[in-house]
Design a protein around this ligand. Structure first.
Ligand SMILES: [Zn+2]
Length: 194
């Protein structure tokens, strides 16, 4: 009933997380009614994300070898905030109170699974090599997030650095990605040693 390209695009949208078939139809119809220049811009941006990669230092999303945060010389390189995913960086950046660098683990440790995919060796390497003074562990307040924080603390216990964790202002099981700026600012300001 729809033209083929229209139907295909609906399928593309419907395959995205949190987008159901009805929503996909509405989105495609919306795009169809847009000004062609806007659709062109959308298509070009979509094309461009294929060329993005991960920052070779912190594993944030980057256009070049280093991400925008790592490239910024105004940041405090002695302070490192460890997060699960790149989207957590966006939330923490919104608070505007953090001026250190980041390290994206790429997930958390699950008890039934080896953590070889996580960027933990790279983290330990950076801490030693770059003379980091404090590591703030900002994994989500979930069972796995806690286990990961505990594991990282153990791994760094013989290094003479401060290891802290975000305060428990956030609801247990909540996501840093969805936390509001005030909650996250308080959790950062009240971080505690682990
Ligand atoms: Zn980076």
């Amino acid at each position: 009933m729809y033209p083929k390209s229209f139907k295909k695009l609906i399928e593309n949208f419907a395959a995205l997380p949190s987008v159901g078939p009805k929503m996909a139809e509405r989105l495609v119809l919306h795009l169809f009614r847009q000004d062609p220049a806007k659709v062109q811009d959308f298509a070009e941006n979509l094309e461009r994300i294929q060329h993005l990669s991960l920052c070779t230092r912190c594993f944030n999303i980057a256009e070049d070898e280093l991400c925008e945060i790592c490239k910024d010389h105004g940041r405090n390189t002695k302070l490192l905030c460890v997060v699960e995913e790149p989207l957590d960086i966006i939330s923490i950046e919104r608070t505007k109170i953090y001026n250190g660098l980041y390290h994206v683990l790429g997930g958390v440790i699950y008890s039934d699974e080896k953590s070889t995919e996580l960027k933990i060796p790279e983290l330990l390497n950076r801490v030693k090599k770059d003379g980091v003074k404090e590591v703030i562990i900002a994994t989500n307040p979930t069972t796995e997030g806690d286990a990961t924080a505990f594991y990282l603390k153990k791994k760094m216990s013989d290094l003479s650095i401060r290891v802290t964790r975000l305060a428990r202002g956030m609801t247990t099981g909540g996501d840093i990605e969805y936390a509001d700026e005030l909650t996250l600012s308080a959790a950062l300001a009240n971080r505690r040693d682990v």
